[in-house]
Ligand binder design. Structure first.
Ligand code: CTP
Length: 417
C-alpha cells in the first residue's frame, strides 16, 4: 500500500505532467515597478510548469532588475528594444509566436498606453501586434489605481477582452496599505493556467446568441423599441468565440461592430428574430437569449406615415409578440437554454418564476434599478440562477466579465450529470 505522503507526491507529479502550459510560448512583459523583482519568481513558476518564457523589458524596468536575472531564469535573451542586428522584425516575430502575452508588473503608464493604442517601445508595439490573449497584472500605488483615468483604461481594456489578475490590497512600496499591490506570482501563474484551460473549453460546440433590441414598425418612419445597445449579447459572442465555440449571432439593430469569426444575422422585429432563431435552432447545442425582444408590436402597421392631422390624440393598438424563448423551452430537448430577465423589484422571485415557466437551464437576472446595471452601460449587476435553484450573485462587473461568468456557469452545468 502506498503511504499518504507517497500519494501526495504522485498527485503533484500528475498535475505537473498534465500542466496545460507545456510548451506554451509566453511573452512576459516587465515594466518599471518595484514589483519587477517578483517577475523572477513568475518566470521560475512558468518554467516549472514547462512553459517557454520570452521576457521583454521596458527601459524603466531595467532600473529595478538587471536583465541578466531574467535571462538566466528564462534561458532566453531578454528583448529590450525593437531593433535587432539581423533582419528580424522583432515585434512581429514575438507576437506571432505568442500563445499568451503576460504583463507583470504592469504600471499605470503601460496600461494607459495599451488602452490608447500607443506603440512607442518594443513591449507596447508587440501588444498591438499580438493576436493571442493578453493578461495584465497591475502594480501601482493605490492612489493611481483608483484614479478615474486609470479605471477607465482598465474598463476599456476589459471590454476589449484583455484579462486582468489583481491588484491585491496590501502593503505598498510607499509603506501605505491599499489596493495596488501586484498579485503573488503563484496567483498570476494559476490565472495563466486557467486561461489555457478554459481557452478552448467550448471547442466543437455551437451556440446561438441573440442581442440588441427589436424594432416594431409603426409606420414608414417610426418604430417602437427599447434602450438595449446589444453590448451584453456581443460580449457573450466574443467570449464564446474565444473559448472555441462556433457562434451564431442574431442581432437586432445596434451600432456595434460585428465580432470577427461569428455567423451573423441582422434582424429587425421580434417576428423576424423568431424566424431566424427557429431556423438555426436545430444546428445548435444551446441558446443564450440576451436580446431585449419587444413584448408588444403595433396591431396595424401603416404603409405610409401617420399624419398629425389625424386629431389631438391617437391610440395605438398593440398585440403580444411571439415569446421566442418560451417556444424554445417547449422544443428544447437536451439543448441548453439561457434567458435574461430585467426587473426592478422581487428579482430572485420573478427570475425563478420565468426560469420555470420558460423551461430554462439558467436565467441571468438583472436588477436594472441598481447603478451600473441594465441597458446602455458597459457594466452589469447580475445573479445567475440555475434550474436547481442555485443563485450566484456578482458585484458590478464589465459586460465582458459577466459574459465570462455566464460561460463558466454553462460549462459547470454541462459537466454536471
Ligand atoms: N424574450 C423572448 N421573446 C419575447 C420576449 C422576451 O424570447 N417576445 C426573451 C428575452 O430575450 C429574455 C427573456 O425572454 O431572455 C425575458 O423574458 P421576459 O418575460 O420578456 O422578461 P422581462 O422582459 O424581463 O420581464 P416582463 O415580464 O416585465 O416582460
Amino acid at each position: 500500500m502506498r503511504s499518504s505522503a507517497g500519494r501526495k507526491i504522485c498527485q503533484v507529479r500528475f498535475k505537473m505532467e498534465n500542466s496545460n502550459l507545456q510548451d506554451k510560448n509566453i511573452l512576459l512583459g516587465i515594466t518599471g515597478s518595484i514589483a519587477a523583482y517578483k517577475s523572477a519568481e513568475v518566470i521560475r513558476l512558468l518554467r516549472k510548469r514547462k512553459a517557454k518564457v520570452y521576457p521583454i523589458m521596458t527601459r524603466a524596468a531595467t532600473n529595478f532588475v538587471h536583465p541578466v536575472t531574467f535571462q538566466s531564469l528564462a534561458s532566453q535573451e531578454v528583448v529590450l528594444d525593437s531593433f535587432s542586428k539581423n533582419k528580424e522584425i522583432k515585434h512581429i516575430s514575438l507576437s506571432s509566436l505568442a500563445d499568451l502575452f503576460l504583463i507583470a508588473p504592469a504600471t499605470a503608464n503601460v496600461i494607459g498606453k495599451i488602452a490608447c493604442g500607443i506603440a512607442d517601445d518594443i513591449l507596447t508595439t508587440t501588444v498591438l501586434a499580438c493576436q493571442s490573449p493578453v493578461l495584465i497584472a497591475p502594480a501601482m500605488n493605490h492612489r493611481m489605481w483608483i484614479n478615474p483615468i486609470l479605471q477607465q483604461n482598465v474598463k476599456k481594456l476589459k471590454s476589449l477582452g484583455f484579462k486582468f489578475v489583481g491588484p491585491m490590497k496590501g502593503k505598498l512600496a510607499s509603506g501605505e496599505v491599499g489596493e495596488g499591490r501586484m498579485s503573488e506570482p503563484s496567483q498570476i501563474v494559476d490565472y495563466v493556467e486557467k486561461i489555457f484551460s478554459f481557452e478552448k473549453d467550448f471547442r466543437g460546440k455551437t451556440f446561438l446568441i441573440t442581442a440588441g433590441p427589436t424594432r416594431e414598425r409603426l409606420d414608414r418612419v417610426r418604430f417602437l423599441s427599447n434602450y438595449s445597445t446589444g453590448k451584453m449579447g456581443y460580449a457573450l459572442a466574443e467570449e464564446g468565440k474565444l473559448r472555441g465555440a462556433k457562434i451564431i449571432l442574431i442581432s437586432g439593430p445596434t451600432f456595434l461592430n460585428v465580432p470577427s469569426g461569428v455567423e451573423f444575422y441582422r434582424v429587425e422585429s421580434a417576428e423576424q428574430m423568431k424566424s431566424c432563431v427557429i431556423e438555426k435552432f436545430p444546428e445548435v447545442d444551446g441558446v443564450i437569449m440576451a436580446a431585449a425582444v419587444a413584448d408588444f408590436t403595433p396591431l396595424k402597421k401603416e404603409r405610409g406615415k401617420i399624419k398629425k392631422d389625424k386629431g389631438e390624440k391617437i391610440f395605438l393598438e398593440l398585440k403580444r409578440t411571439p415569446d421566442i424563448l418560451a417556444k424554445l423551452g417547449r422544443i428544447k430537448q437536451d439543448k441548453i437554454l439561457v434567458g435574461f430577465c430585467a426587473e426592478t423589484k422581487d428579482l430572485e422571485k420573478e427570475a425563478k418564476k420565468k426560469l420555470k415557466l420558460k423551461n430554462l437551464d439558467l436565467i441571468v437576472a438583472n436588477n436594472i434599478s441598481s447603478p451600473g446595471a441594465g441597458f446602455a452601460v458597459d457594466t452589469n449587476v447580475v445573479s445567475l440562477i440555475d434550474k436547481k435553484g442555485e443563485v450566484k450573485s456578482f458585484p458590478k462587473l464589465t459586460k465582458r466579465e459577466v459574459a465570462e461568468k455566464i460561460w463558466d456557469k454553462i460549462k459547470e452545468m454541462e459537466n454536471q450529470p
